[in-house]
Design a protein around this ligand. Structure first.
Ligand SMILES: NC(=O)C1=CN([C@@H]2O[C@H](COP(=O)(O)OP(=O)(O)OC[C@H]3O[C@@H](n4cnc5c(N)ncnc54)[C@H](OP(=O)(O)O)[C@@H]3O)[C@@H](O)[C@H]2O)C=CC1
Ligand SMILES: Nc1c(N[C@@H]2O[C@H](COP(=O)(O)O)[C@@H](O)[C@H]2O)[nH]c(=O)[nH]c1=O
Length: 228
């Protein structure tokens, strides 16, 4: 893969590996303390990426919430918010989604050639739609982000995007928070879908940190090239 940002994948999951339940409401896996930790991680990155599935399911804002952290970013010469990034094949994105309507930083949508033109017209004035080839190539997306000055990219879900990045060996750091409960519903989304993962028993991740956050566990792994 050509030059790309440092990629930090952050995810909260249940003790049985689910990242949501099957209800329309977003499942809160993180505690208040963990949400604040996630906010600090966001504040240390240049861009934040979620899949179009998460934009549709959660309608996230993807902003830095803490006023102090926003001020610190500005003092460092950075915009208060991160560049927002999403990927779509279908182009099924609502221009009214909070991804597009909140925050003053750039919004980038990577789409395959066949989708990009029509989507650019629909999202005109709200986001830049980037033609990322046909089929969309993750290496092209990451190379384009690096060319735009993104050095640290936070990937915040969902399961399809986790699978895409991990199977492509495009993750440097994995921050997994395990919540102290089970979801137990096979129709709910899991941390990853099936796939061929280079993080195999023959090439495991390196556990860099295991921290208790109340009854939650934060596991921080170095992955791929960062693992050494
Ligand atoms: N607990 C946690 O930390 C988190 C949980 N979640 C949960 O995850 C769930 C959503 O996960 P999921 O449905 O897997 O959705 P994702 O957010 O992973 O998005 C998947 C979508 O991304 C697009 N995409 C993926 N790969 C490519 C590619 N190679 N080229 C182009 N587009 C691509 C497609 O969009 P399209 O369909 O438009 O073509 C695809 O359907 C929600 O329930 C949400 O609550 C989400 C984030 C964090
Ligand atoms: N449910 C869940 C997460 N979900 C992620 O957080 C996003 C919320 O973004 P925002 O609207 O900006 O607050 C959501 O879209 C998804 O990416 N993350 C976590 O660390 N823990 C959690 O329990």
């Amino acid at each position: 893969m050509s030059e790309r940002p440092y990629v930090l994948l952050s995810c909260a999951m249940s003790a049985d590996g689910y990242i949501d339940d099957a209800t329309p409401e977003r499942l809160r896996l993180s505690s208040t303390a963990d949400w604040d930790r996630v906010d600090a991680v966001r504040a240390g990155c240049d861009a934040i990426l979620v899949g179009a599935g998460t934009v549709r399911a959660d309608d996230p804002r993807l902003l830095v919430r803490s006023a102090a952290r926003r001020e610190q970013r500005v003092a460092r010469g950075l915009p208060p918010d991160l560049t927002k990034v999403t990927l779509t094949w279908s182009g099924d994105l609502d221009p009214g989604a909070r991804f597009f309507t909140t925050g003053g930083s750039p919004k980038l949508v990577y789409a395959p050639t066949g989708t990009a033109g029509g989507l650019a017209a629909r999202l005109s004035g709200l986001a830049e739609v980037v033609d990322a080839g046909d089929p969309l190539a993750l290496a092209a997306v990451l190379g384009d982000l690096a060319a735009r000055g993104v050095r640290r990219l936070m990937v915040e879900g969902g399961g399809g995007i986790h699978t895409l990045f991990l199977t492509a060996d495009a993750v440097d750091e994995l921050q997994l928070v395990v919540a102290p409960f089970f979801v137990g519903d096979p129709s709910a989304p899991r941390f990853v879908r099936s796939g061929v993962f280079p993080q195999s028993p023959a090439r495991p991740m390196r556990l860099q940190e295991a921290t208790r956050i109340g009854d939650l566990a934060l596991l921080r792994y170095l992955v791929g090239r960062a693992r050494g």
